[in-house]
Structures are given as C-alpha cells and as structure tokens.
Design a protein around this ligand. Structure first.
Ligand code: DGJ
Length: 738
C-alpha cells in the first residue's frame, strides 16, 4: 500500500494493489482527477489522461491558453463559476455577495493510519499499518481560507475514505453553502445509477436507471437519512451482475440531510457528488473557525456486486462499528412491541419473557410505553421515568426479575422526541424545533427536541444515564419516529438558522457518544420507525439497526436484500412476528419467517404464549439453530444469489471465513405444480472441498458453484409427493458442511 507523489508531474497515485486513485495538480493549481478503478502500474506521468481539447463556446481559465477550461476538466473538489458550470463540491458566500473561490494546492502530507474526525462518525484503524492518509492542503489566497482534502487508503481493501475540512484563516465572515464530502469526476457515463429507495415499511428497494445527460440524484431534506432514500448509491456498468463486472459503490457516513448526485454533462462525463444536502444548508464560518465534512467511502469492484458489498461489509463491520458488541454474536431477543403494543402489565411482560426464555431466547426487550404518562402515543415522550402503575417494581425491579429468568434486559427509548403532554414540554416549550408564532406540525403526536442545543442533549443524557446506571440494562433500542418540520431553533441567531439540521445530527451523535462511552457494555440498536435512519453514521454507535417496521417475511426479502448491498448482516435487525402479519396481513409459515430473519440479528416480535405447543417446539428448534450458526451468518461472507426483484425465487448465502460451513437461504413466493427442476449456483465455497448438504449427500465446492445446488422439491412434480407438500411462501435453509 502506498501513496506515491511524483514531484516532476505533481501527480499523486494512491494504490494498494487492488485499486488506484490518481490525481494531479492542474495548471491553475487546483487538484484534478485522472483515474479511479482497478490498480494500474505506476508511472511518472499520467498527463495524457487530462485530455484537453479546444472547444468552441468554452470559457478558458487563462488569457493565453485556449485549451484549459474547468468545464472540461475532471476535478477533486470543484467550485462553480470560474469556467465550470456544473454543481460544485464547495461554495462560499462572501460579505460582498460573491461565491467565487479559487483553491490552489499548497502542500501535502502522508501519515500512517487514519486520524479521527472530531464529533463525527468515521471509519478507523486499530494499527497504523492498516491504512495511509494523504492530506492535500489547498488555499484560497484572497479569502484566506484553507481546504484540507483527506484521502485514506486501506490496506487490502478496495476502499478509499474521503472528507474535507475548511478553515477560515482570514478576516471575513463567510458562509459555507456547499461542503460535499466527495466529488468523483468520471471520464464517461456508461453506468447505471442504482439507489435504494422506498418509504416506511418498504425501505431500501433497489432502483436502477441508466445514467443520462442531466442530473440524477437522491436526497433527504427531512433531518434524518430517511426511509425514502439511503446515503448509498452504486454506479455499475451495464451487464455487471453479482459475480462479475465493474461497479463503484459510494456511501456517506452521515445520518442527516444528504445528497447523492450524478451529473452527466453533454460530453458524457459524469460528476458524482456525495455529502450534506446543500438544500437549506448555510454554515456561518467566521474567522478562526473550521468546518469538517462527514466522511464518504468509495469502493471499487471489477468482480461484481457481491465483491463490492463484501468490501463494505468487512470495513463497516470491523472498522466502523465499534465497542464490546462489534465482534460478538448478537443475543437472540424477544421484543414485546407487536405482542402487546401499549397494552401490557408487568405480569404480562414477565409471562412473555418467561416463555421466550424457556424456548431459548437470551434478551427480553421492553419496547414503547413504560415511562411517564405513556398509555398511547399522545403522551409521555420526554419523561424518562418508569411508570409505576405499569411497572410496580420499577425498571430495576423488572430488570432483576428478567435477569432471574436467566435473560438480559433491554429497553426502548426515543430520546430526540417530546409529547406536549409531558413534564419536559411543560417545563421547556421552547426546546422543540419550531418557528415561534407559527403552527407546529406534529408527527405521531410528537415534536422534535432541538438537539442543536447542548442543554437539551444534556437533559436527555442525564435522564437516560440515571436509568442505565440504576437498572441492569444490557441493550437499548433507540427509536426516532418523525421527520423535522419548521426547521428553526430558538437558540440560533438568524444568520445561523441554516446550520440547524447539521447541528441537530451532531447533537444526536454527541448523545450517542456519551452513552456508548459511559455504558460500554450496552448493545445499542438504532431504529427510526423501522429503517428511517439506517445509515453508516448510526452504525458507528449502534452495531445493529431495526431495518423496517415491516416484519412480513415476503416483504423482508426485498428490504433485507436491498439493505445488504452496503450494510453487513450483523447490522440487520430481523425478527419473526405473528401471523396474520400486522403490516400486510399475510400468513406465511413459521419456518419461512425464521428462514428470512436468520439472515440478520434474529429475534421474535410476538407473544410466545399464544403459539401452539407444536409452534413452540419449532421456535425452540429455530433458536437452537441460530445459536449454532449465527457466527457464520453475522460474521461470514454474504452472497446474494437470486434477486427478489426478479421473480418468484430469492436466494442468498453466508459462508464462514474458513469456508467450512455455509448456509443457503432459498425462498419461493408462490408454489408451483409440475414446474421445472431448479438449481442455484453457489458462491464463495472452497472448490476442492466436499460439502455435505443438510447432513446428507456430499458435493464438491466447484460443482456447487458451477453446476449448482439442486433446490427442486415436490413443486417439480405433482406438488404432493416427495419429501413434503409444497405451499406458498415456502423456503429452506440448506446447511453445507465441509
Ligand atoms: C417504531 C419502531 O420501529 C417499532 O419497532 C416500535 O418500537 C414503535 N416505534 C414503538 O413506538
């Protein structure tokens, strides 16, 4: 791994044998982009890749040079207005109204390892040998503003982390209106733009469109990364599939308003920008102050989508997620939400916990409704004290009784919210995000606390910390159930209102940081009405997240499949729920509900006392199965085999790092009779190893990967004879052992 600098051509070549990232100082002193992709041999000069041409109707930077126009030059951190008309990475509003800047490379440094980003989640190293960081310093002389572009190249990973830091070293009061984390100018537009979009209960469905001249983007302006779009996109070559072809994955480690955009100009070059959404963003930067952008990670694969996903999974699982739970198999939990909603008593909770414990569950999670005056969703948020009517023994008492059953105890919070019917709101009505004297929009009858204010974060911290210190709480589910409206803070001056969204999310990170630092034994699970804030920023603090409120097994196939493109399986909260399913009313077999939920952190979201004896027996077997294989699933390599977006069948698999165990999840939506015999080609096995399938016949890895695993069942035939009758929503998890 190395960062090479060629003085004679002012060229940087970051390469680790897997990828090359090449930049060069341009004639105007800005930093230009020459190449990103598969590793190539180094050389002194890559100047031929600049490709300047004389083009009519083009504005040029220098009077005596008719070739050099920024419009036709690929750049690292461009600004708008000096011969480049595309969307910028940086824009600074100056006291005279000008937004023109001119950043010129001054110097660079290369350091081993990776420095932390102050106040922001980011990837990290545990040893300096794991990465090298290049910082290129640029400066706009007229404004006295310096710009540091950070590039971290990881050893043995096809991944590069980028961020920028802007410092006002001059004397003017400035406003940052664009400060993207990454700009990647690509020489052509022969890509498909793939994003993961949806809404509540159908998060991260894969969407594909061909890049075209013009601008295509996904974004959030809701104050959280959102159910609607995710801060992760892919640019893939047409024809690329899971196993072959070129793809670039771009991910932003951020949980607030973001923009992921691809702008294709009319010469078919592509500019990708990723970062804080400039819409509504205006950060005052007085003399002496600095602004750090969130970090973006870009991964390149020439071996298809699975290889790209695995690079993200490995990096995010082990060098973004942190803490005591990072590398530990996750406890199998039972959550009472869909079992009782708000209608529980302490006795009922203990009954659920006891039954789940008898079946093998390890963690009981008490969801919404245990605090303040919370009987329904009109009251209580903000008052984080246990409701004694419901919990006569208090939280410590309940936790103790759950512990006595032999289980850990977990608790739900929604720290960022308040109901007007609460002691907190009555004491501090100005603590909500709102515009004085204007109507305040509600969402689920609740209001968003102004986390840009340190005193608000401190108050919530004190309440939560008291409970975490008093009761034996091993797990926290941190929920967030509405978007921000009327974005305005009573604590910010007029010229800083454009900072609210970012300051809000920094406040969320501050609270997470204090809680995770002071209660390191607690496993945090992030949640936002399901997957409304499922992003890498959250993953830094909470190693797992509730991906969706939709717990139907069929719906979950698409949601979990889409989520897996960027996020590791150890981060995917997945539970078995009751039927008819509460979101879609579908009835699926208990086996299929578990077969889908295994490929996640696994748990139950139902009342086990309402199951039949036969179902309880099945649950016991499922929990025993998951205990046996969760390390393979949560920490092995995950491969998508067949897409739920493409028809009746879905398949995916997890392979242990030593390739001795593999689990293949196979799912069929609608049953068929007298259908074709079917196989699915596996991935990631050792070609020379022989694997038993479900303890029976053995086949070599090469055969399973080239000919395929036979998945035909009685659906290929009369539907009845054979090992078992078929049904709709059928599935099977094949266990392969070397
Ligand atoms: C939304 C979450 O996604 C659910 O799992 C549950 O915790 C409810 N909120 C509780 O209000």
């Amino acid at each position: 791994m190395s960062v090479v600098y060629h003085e004679s051509t002012q060229t940087f070549h970051l390469t680790n044998g897997l990828i090359s990232y090449i930049m060069k100082v341009l004639p105007n002193g800005a930093l230009g982009q020459l190449y990103f992709g598969r590793a190539i041999r180094d050389r002194e000069s890559f100047d031929h890749l600049l490709e300047m041409r004389r083009r009519p109707m083009t504005s040029c930077v220098f009077e005596d040079n008719g070739l050099f126009s920024l419009e036709h030059t690929r750049q690292e951190y461009p600004s708008y207005g000096s011969t480049d008309y595309r969307r910028p990475a940086v824009q600074i509003l100056q006291p005279n109204g000008s937004r023109i800047t001119d950043f010129v490379v001054l110097s660079h440094t290369v350091t081993p390892g990776k420095p932390a980003l102050e106040g922001l989640p980011a990837t990290y190293c545990e040893a300096d040998s794991e990465a090298e960081t290049l910082t290129v310093r640029l400066r706009d002389e007229l404004l006295g503003v310096s710009l540091d572009l950070h590039y971290t190249l990881f050893a043995d990973r096809p991944a590069l982390a980028r961020s920028a830091r802007i410092v006002n070293e001059g004397t003017l009061d400035l406003h940052l209106t664009h400060a993207m984390s990454l700009c990647l100018d690509l020489p052509d537009s022969g890509y498909e733009f793939v994003h993961f979009s949806g809404a509540w209960a159908r998060e991260r469905w894969m969407k594909v469109r061909r890049l075209e001249q013009g601008t295509q983007s996904v974004e959030s302006a809701r104050g959280h990364s959102s159910h609607n779009h995710n801060p992760f996109i892919m640019l893939r070559r047409p024809g690329t599939d899971e196993d072959q072809g070129e793809v670039i994955g771009l991910s932003l480690i951020y949980s607030g308003n973001f923009l992921a955009q691809a702008e294709v100009d009319t010469w078919d070059t592509t500019r990708v920008t990723l970062g804080i959404n400039p819409f509504g963003f205006d950060w005052k930067l007085p003399p002496g102050e600095a602004f750090q952008t969130p970090e973006a990670v870009v991964v390149y694969s020439c071996r298809g989508l699975n290889a790209m996903s695995q690079a993200f999974h490995r990096l995010y699982r082990s060098r973004l997620a942190r803490g005591q739970w990072r590398d530990r198999p996750r406890p199998i939990l039972i959550n009472n939400w869909e079992a009782t909603y708000f209608g529980f008593t302490q006795d009922k909770l203990l009954e659920i916990a006891g039954a789940a414990r008898a079946d093998g569950a390890e963690l009981f999670v008490l969801d919404d409704g245990w605090f303040g005056a919370r009987q329904n969703d009109f009251a209580g948020l903000g008052d984080w004290t246990p409701n004694r009517d419901r919990l006569p023994d208090g939280l410590s008492g309940l936790a103790r009784r759950v512990n006595d059953l032999g289980m850990q105890f977990g608790l739900w919070f929604e720290p960022e919210m308040v109901n007007k019917d609460s002691g907190l709101y009555r004491a501090h009505p100005d603590w909500i995000i709102h515009v004085p004297d204007r109507r305040e929009s509600q969402g689920r009858n609740q209001y968003v606390l102004d986390f840009s204010r340190p005193e608000v974060v401190d108050c919530i911290y004190d309440q939560m910390a008291k409970l975490l210190a008093e009761a034996n709480i091993s797990y926290v589910k941190w929920d967030m159930n509405r978007s921000i409206t009327e974005p305005f803070s009573e604590a910010l001056p007029a010229d800083r209102q454009g900072e609210l969204f970012h300051r809000y999310i920094l406040g969320v990170y501050r609270l997470y940081k204090r809680l995770t630092a002071n209660f390191p034994h607690v496993l945090f699970e992030s949640c936002a009405s399901g997957g409304g804030r499922f992003d890498p920023g959250m993953l830094y603090y909470a190693p797992q997240g509730w991906v969706s409120d939709n717990s139907d097994a069929v719906e979950r196939l698409k949601i979990q499949y889409g989520t897996s493109f960027c996020y590791p399986i150890s981060s995917i909260g997945a539970h078995v729920s009751a039927v008819p399913n509460h979101q879609v009313r579908r009835v699926t077999p208990l086996s299929t509900r578990a077969n889908v939920a295994y490929f996640g952190t696994f748990g139950y979201e139902l009342d086990p006392t309402r199951l039949t004896a036969a179902e309880r027996e099945q649950v016991r077997e499922q929990i025993a199965f998951m205990k046996q294989y969760r390390e393979v699933i949560q920490f092995g390599d995950f491969y998508r085999l067949r897409s739920p977006y493409d028809g009746n069948f879905t398949a995916w698999m997890a392979v242990s790092p030593d390739k001795k165990t593999a689990l293949v999840g196979w799912y069929r939506l609608l049953s068929e009779t007298n259908g074709p015999c079917r196989r699915v080609k596996l991935q990631g096995l050792d070609p020379g190893q022989s694997y038993t399938v479900d303890g029976g016949e053995a086949h070599y890895g090469d055969e399973l990967m080239t000919v395929g695993l036979v998945t035909s069942d009685s659906g290929a035939g009369d539907g009845q004879s054979g090992e078992r009758p078929i049904c709709d929503f059928d599935s099977h998890v094949f266990v392969l052992k070397a």
